[in-house]
Design a protein around this ligand. Structure first.
Ligand SMILES: [Mn+2]
Length: 298
């Protein structure tokens, strides 16, 4: 089941809110399964004030509460949820929904950033820099008040592809005990070795993992259509190798996000095409999972 989360409330740059609709339109050529699109209220006057440490906090929480409730009820009906963002703040809803129903869940966060700030440490006040801290119970209580279950343990949390980490964020990660594999680690060890380790750590004594894939992990030279690009990222080939790995391990994956595609920043639809390739493969793999809805593909 596809959930579109058209929100850019967690970032100070417009455009990520338009990603889901566009990608859902693209996949509609082959995907005939169920989907739900959540679109942020067009009348919201977004905070763009640099000094605002809690940009659009109320709106993000409202958006995520609705999203969370819907994903929880669909997972209970045994659907496999694929969330298309939106800025990365929407993953708080999907990851905690997965945790609410599946209880023992690990998480693999594929991202140029580690998204492990708190309201105390954030420099930008953009909530898309806090989701992983919120999901793993590291402060940020306000961002998960609608969730009354377990959180994901930091010891079962692995970040893959990071290369932009704030100093205070580094302290947060170390204090919490999150595992980080940088882009450099991928170049040195190879993507398969990193993913093997990631699944081993995140999947330890769990029912499976939630995978949250931020398209900005890819080098912006190749995939420019993101809100906060970071150079020296992984290549398209490495990104597709990650995907191959995910497809191979689809039975260990409980839920999946693809986030941060920003059509307003894209060039010649290059990022859109990569996002579409990733989604197509994951959807096709999910179709073969036992719990995926059966009637819907051809
Ligand atoms: Mn992110």
């Amino acid at each position: 089941m596809i959930f579109g989360a058209g929100s850019d409330l967690g970032v100070h740059i417009d455009g990520a809110s338009l990603g889901p609709k566009q990608l859902m339109n693209d996949i509609s050529t082959f995907y005939k399964g169920e989907s739900m699109l959540f679109q942020q209220d067009a009348n919201i006057i977004k905070s763009r004030n640099f000094g605002d440490r809690r940009k659009n906090e109320y709106e993000v929480e409202k958006f995520n509460t609705e999203l969370y409730k819907n994903i929880v009820s669909k997972i209970k009906e045994e659907y496999f949820p694929i969330l298309i963002g939106g800025d990365h703040s929407v993953a708080i809803a999907s990851a905690l929904a997965s945790c609410k129903v599946n209880i023992d869940v690990g998480i693999i966060w594929i991202d140029a950033h580690t998204d492990y700030n708190t309201f105390e440490t954030t420099i930008t006040g953009n909530i898309h820099g806090l989701p992983l801290a919120a999901i793993t119970g590291y402060k940020c209580n306000e961002l998960r008040y609608y969730h009354d279950g377990k959180v994901i343990q930091p010891s079962r949390t692995v970040i893959v592809g990071a290369r932009s980490i704030d100093d205070a964020e580094k302290d947060n990660l170390r204090y919490a005990g999150v595992t980080v594999f940088s882009t450099q680690d991928i170049k040195e060890k190879g993507i398969d070795a990193v993913m093997d380790e990631a699944f081993k750590i995140a999947g330890y004594k769990t029912k499976g993992v939630h995978v949250s894939y931020d398209i900005d992990v890819i080098d912006p030279y190749t995939a420019p259509g993101v809100s906060i690009p970071e150079y020296d990222g992984i290549s398209e080939e490495e990104a597709m190798k990650i995907n191959e790995y995910l497809v191979k391990h689809i039975n260990e994956i409980l839920s999946f996000d693809l986030v941060e595609f920003n059509p307003l920043r894209d060039q010649d639809r290059r990022t859109e095409q990569i996002a579409l390739n990733i989604l197509t493969q994951i959807i096709n793999a999910a179709e073969k999972k036992k719990k995926w809805e059966q009637k819907t593909y051809y």
